[in-house]
Ligand binder design. Structure first.
Ligand SMILES: Nc1nc2c(ncn2[C@@H]2O[C@H](COP(=O)(O)OP(=O)(O)OP(=O)(O)O)[C@@H](O)[C@H]2O)c(=O)[nH]1
Ligand SMILES: [Mg+2]
Length: 361
């Protein structure tokens, strides 16, 4: 309730004002008195108690308390301006914290090792106001854990018959890896699989000989296939085989002719699943990676084989590539020896090496 005072020369007049305002004589009178004001005049004060809402309605009109459309819009615009300001403040605070704290050193180190600043900033923004951002070793561990979560590994599943095709730039180790995989599937696992080799590489002198050399040693069937039609026929003829490994010609990302030809093979209708593995050397140049991905992704890549692990100690650029394009990893080639230098991809192996590189500074 609100206590409202009406003033007039007599209490009757004051009460009449209240009746006029509220349109009823049914008013709760709290007090009625006459008093001398500072100017010497005697006046009457009648105080009544009224409901708050009724008082508002009669004093200011209901309309005044409903926000008008334009006010509504104004409020929305003020809110969105405030939001923008808050977002901006957040960014400034992030920047400031990163600038001033150990986070800047850690970020600089990761960037130096090949990880993109954008990826790191995305994570640092989630760590503001946590103790992690102020402790260098904690922060490094946290970033490595984030990488661990983002990296994907393909489970080796040989339960269904499949075609495994290896594609990639020239000289990355496709043929050598095919030989290692063939040995693994045919001889080194608990259960021996029936393996055949197909070579699509009709470009490189000696390419057929290189693969047939391995095929002979391992006593495996080996075929050179010149056209997509012949490829389809050959796959059909190899129905009884568990795994067909397909070697391809090394392609520079800019060699459109070879790409067009390989796409025809990849898209040919085969009676079994065809998995395309991109083979990428761990020593690949940071600047070339985007072009490699852009061009090879036309071949519907399923997974990534990383070769020449033994030739570098710096894996940041490669990691950055995998984090960016989210390609799951299938195998690592860790040396020239056939069949020994092959590992089923595992995140720890890669991250331990990267961590070693980071800790060296
Ligand atoms: N250090 C090292 N060398 C490797 C590895 N894998 C392959 N190589 C070597 O790299 C060279 C090229 O290997 P290939 O298997 O012929 O490469 P490719 O991708 O088939 O080459 P092209 O068919 O010409 O595109 C050979 O000398 C291999 O012994 C590896 O993991 N580590
Ligand atoms: Mg080759």
């Amino acid at each position: 309730m609100i206590k409202e005072t009406f003033v007039a020369s007599t209490p009757k007049e004051a009460f009449a004002q209240a009746v006029e305002k509220y349109g009823t004589t049914d008013l709760e009178i709290v007090s009625a008195k006459q008093m001398r004001y500072d100017d010497g005049q005697i006046r009457a004060e009648v105080i009544i108690a009224v409901d708050k809402e009724l008082f508002r309605e009669k004093s200011f009109g209901i309309e005044n308390f409903k926000p008008k459309r334009s006010e509504d819009e104004e409020m929305h615009s003020e809110i969105s301006t405030l939001r923008e300001q808050i977002e901006q403040m957040k960014e400034e605070i992030t920047g400031e914290i990163i600038e001033k704290s150990v986070a800047q050193d850690v970020k600089a180190l990761f960037v130096k090792k090949g990880i993109s600043p954008k990826w790191i900033d995305g994570i640092l923004a989630t760590l503001i106001c946590t103790p992690i951002i102020e402790d260098a070793s904690l922060l490094v561990s946290y970033l490595l854990e984030e990488m661990d979560e983002s990296l994907k590994v393909v489970e080796e599943d040989l339960s269904i018959p499949k075609i495994i095709m290896l594609v990639g730039p020239t000289g990355v180790g496709k043929t050598t890896t095919i030989a290692k995989l063939a040995a693994r599937y045919a001889y080194l696992l608990e259960k021996p699989y029936k393996v055949a080799l197909i070579n699509l590489d009709s470009y490189k002198v000696g390419a057929i000989e290189q693969l047939s050399h391995y095929a002979q040693i391992m006593q495996l069937e080996h075929f050179a296939v010149p056209t997509p039609e012949a490829f389809k026929e050959r796959i059909e003829a190899l129905e009884g085989y568990d795994i067909i490994l397909v070697d391809t010609a090394g392609m520079s990302p800019y060699d459109t002719g070879k790409f067009v030809k390989t796409v025809e093979f990849v898209t040919s209708e085969t009676p079994r699943k065809l998995e395309v593995n991109l083979v990428l050397s761990a020593t690949v140049k940071y600047e070339d990676m985007d072009d490699i991905y852009r061009n090879f992704s036309f071949l519907n890549l399923d997974s990534l084989i990383i070769s020449k692990f033994d030739e570098t100690k710096h894996f940041g650029a490669l990691l950055n590539f995998i984090l960016l394009y989210k390609l799951p990893m299938s195998y690592f080639s860790v040396g020239q020896e056939v069949p020994d230098d092959l590992l089923v991809a595992n995140k720890e192996y890669l991250l331990e090496r990267f961590a070693g590189d980071v800790h060296e500074g």
